[in-house]
Design a protein around this ligand. Structure first.
Ligand code: FPP
Length: 245
């Protein structure tokens, strides 16, 4: 993204938190007569570009759906390729993320992963813990229903009353504001069990672009669309109250 287009954007219309469903890797590869798995490799490059771009333009929170709790049902070879990509990315990219000022969180049910992978996740998170430029949440073995259930269990286990506030404090993204904008690539118009609780008032943006083709320009188009939206959070325009209306 050019510095010029960043300068044109009003800071107050920049979302604080953007969530992304990175869909379309398989189709991108198939259209090129490549194995589906190579689409995921190019997908990692698209994610690296987006992280850099968000850090540059000052989006403070970015959450990406990298592996859903339902993705285990894919062919074993594809699941293995994705796991290998995650391990490689954690090993190779953690120092680069640290250099860029990114604080990494891997969110989801991590009990399903190998001890090696959990160790790498812990190391990468520790390495980037003190960074403040961009919080990057990578959702791995994540499902929105799982998130609500695990939070409810944690609150119940702590003996607290289950309220909106106590539950939110135990969700996987308790360290972030709710997303302002959700982008889904790949042409499908659904949430697919992503951040079910956190998306309550999020603006939704869908694009037909396949994830490996998603770039800074496409992200800026989503931001420009977001800047036109009128957010009411269940209220009325211009923040009028019933008494004042
Ligand atoms: C959906 O495309 C994409 C995924 C299930 C995987 C997304 C993962 C990445 C982009 C890699 C992220 C890497 C790291 C290191 C976090 P699809 O396969 O469902 O595409 P299709 O709809 O065309 O079949």
């Amino acid at each position: 993204m050019s510095k010029k287009s960043a300068d044109r954007r009003q800071p107050q219309t920049l979302p604080r938190h953007v969530a992304v469903v990175m869909d379309g890797n398989g189709r991108w590869a198939q259209r090129r007569f490549l194995p589906r798995t190579s689409g995921h490799k190019f997908g990692v490059d698209a994610l690296k570009r987006l992280v850099r771009h968000c850090a540059e333009i000052g989006v403070p929170y970015l959450t990406v759906f990298a592996f859903s709790s339902e993705n285990w049902s894919r062919p074993a070879e594809e699941v293995q390729t994705l796991m290998d990509l995650f391990v490689k990315a954690l090993e190779r990219e953690a120092p680069e993320l640290a250099r860029q000022g990114v604080q990494l969180h891997v969110v989801g049910d991590l009990t399903a992963f190998s001890a090696e992978m959990r160790g790498l996740i812990a190391q990468a998170q520790a390495l980037t813990r003190d960074n403040t430029r961009l919080v990057l949440n990578v959702a791995l073995n994540y499902g929105g229903r799982w998130d609500v259930v695990q939070a409810a269990q944690a609150v119940a286990g702590s003996g607290q009353e289950i309220t909106t506030e106590t539950l939110a404090q135990h969700l996987a993204l308790a360290h972030c504001p709710d997303p302002d904008l959700l982008i889904r690539t790949g042409g499908e118009h659904r949430i697919s069990n992503f951040l079910l609780w956190q998306l309550a008032y999020t603006e939704l943006y869908f694009t037909d672009l396949l994830w490996p083709d998603f770039n800074a320009e496409a992200f800026d188009a989503a931001l420009a669309d977001f800047a036109q939206r009128q957010r009411r959070f269940g209220g009325v325009p211009d923040g009028k109250t019933r008494a004042a209306a």
